[in-house]
Structures are given as structure tokens and as C-alpha cells.
Design a protein around this ligand. Structure first.
Ligand code: 5GP
Length: 196
């Protein structure tokens, strides 16, 4: 099929998975693709060392987050690990209108709201190989306290139980093969014609 005169329409690509599953690594690889852009979420959680406002997240005070929510500025919101997170509507709708796919790295609650929005969506859930590996990865990050690690582990099991609602499930045994599998599913592999 020739791509001449072909006007592609963008999709929302939802990437979910427990903290430490490797979904951020997948995200970084997908966003290198010329058809893919990403949405910077807003959150009320404190920045981790090295995180930048406007790049990793828009870090908002609770009152500002709530004000924006009341204005209808979010496509979806969720409370995760005691903090608020949300996807801003405007930049996402603009990118879709430009024919780009928009990556959303969001939790299972947000994914449900996006599916219900009626926007064109493909969802991918990233599984760690085991709970033991997940725990090792969370500890190796050294960015969270012991209590936070325990909290993330207990939420991980509940999140994984909802993976059945996703279009594609991938187990992160090894990064390169995970990336290749997901690219293929999304029709973003070099050798593939766009699946639109
Ligand atoms: P973290 O604090 O580790 O960056 O993210 C914690 C969780 O919040 C992750 O599961 C991540 O996918 C989720 N998250 C990040 N941004 C959003 C968002 O805009 N909406 C929703 N629903 N979840 C988000």
C-alpha cells in the first residue's frame, strides 16, 4: 500500500503496569518513533531527584489540581499511592488532530476513563516477570522509602488483576524483545505498513 495521500488518524496508546514493571523504559523507546508523541501528566506528588516540572510532570499543588479538575481540563484523573494524577485534555486532542499517536503512561483507573471517553485507544499492560523481580527493581531504584515500596507492591497485585481489560499484555523478561513485541502490536515496526 502506498502512503501517498494517506491521512493517518492518531490513537491514544495507553501504557500501564506496576511501578518497576519497565513501562517507563518502553515509553522512552516508543516516543522515539516519528508518529508518536506523549502527554505530560499533572500530579500532586513531590518531584523525585532529577525530575523536571513540565518535562516529567506538571507538579501542581493540591488546590490547583482541584481547580483545573473543576474547569474540566483533564481527560482523566486518578488517585494513585495517595497523590492525584491527571491527563490534560487540550494537548492530547491537538496531537490526535495532527494525526499523531499520543502515549499515556497512566494507571488502571485512568485507563478505564479513557476507554469510556470514546477516543480511539490501544492499551498495553506491562507485567514484571514475577513479584520477586518487581520488588528487586523497586529497591534498586532507591527513590522510595521502605513504606512506599511496600505500598507499591501491595497495589501492584491489584493492578495486575485488571490487566485483562487491556488489548495487549506483555511480560518484561527482557527489554529489547518487549519493545519489539509492543511495536509490532501497535503497527509501529519499521517493516510494517501502518495498521489504521
Ligand atoms: P509515579 O509516581 O511512579 O511517576 O507514577 C505512579 C503511577 O501513576 C503510575 O502507575 C503511573 O502510570 C500513574 N500515572 C502517571 N500519570 C498519570 C495520569 O496522568 N493519570 C493516571 N490515571 N495515572 C497516572
Amino acid at each position: 500500500m502506498s502512503s501517498e495521500g494517506f491521512r493517518r488518524s492518531g490513537h491514544l496508546i495507553i501504557i500501564s503496569g506496576p511501578s518497576g514493571s519497565g513501562k517507563s523504559t518502553l515509553w522512552r523507546r516508543l516516543v522515539e518513533h516519528p508518529w508518536v508523541t506523549f502527554s505530560v501528566s499533572a500530579t500532586t506528588r513531590a518531584p523525585r531527584p532529577g525530575e523536571q516540572d513540565g518535562k516529567d510532570y506538571f507538579f501542581l499543588k493540591e488546590a490547583e489540581f482541584e481547580a483545573r479538575m473543576a474547569q474540566g481540563e483533564f481527560l482523566e484523573t486518578a488517585e494513585v499511592h495517595g497523590n492525584h494524577y491527571g491527563t490534560l485534555r487540550r494537548p492530547v486532542e491537538q496531537a490526535l488532530a495532527n494525526g499523531l499517536d499520543v502515549l499515556l503512561e497512566i494507571d488502571v483507573q485512568g485507563a478505564g476513563q479513557i476507554r469510556a471517553s470514546g477516543l480511539p485507544t490501544r492499551s498495553v499492560f506491562v507485567m514484571p516477570p514475577s513479584m520477586e523481580v518487581l520488588e528487586q527493581r523497586l529497591r534498586a531504584r532507591r527513590s522510595e522509602s521502605e513504606a512506599q515500596v511496600q505500598r507499591r507492591l501491595s497495589i501492584a497485585a491489584a493492578e495486575m488483576a485488571q490487566s485483562k481489560d487491556y488489548d495487549f499484555l506483555v511480560i518484561n523478561h527482557e527489554v529489547e524483545s518487549m519493545v519489539a513485541e509492543v511495536m509490532h502490536f501497535l503497527g509501529l515496526s519499521d517493516s510494517q505498513e501502518p495498521v489504521r
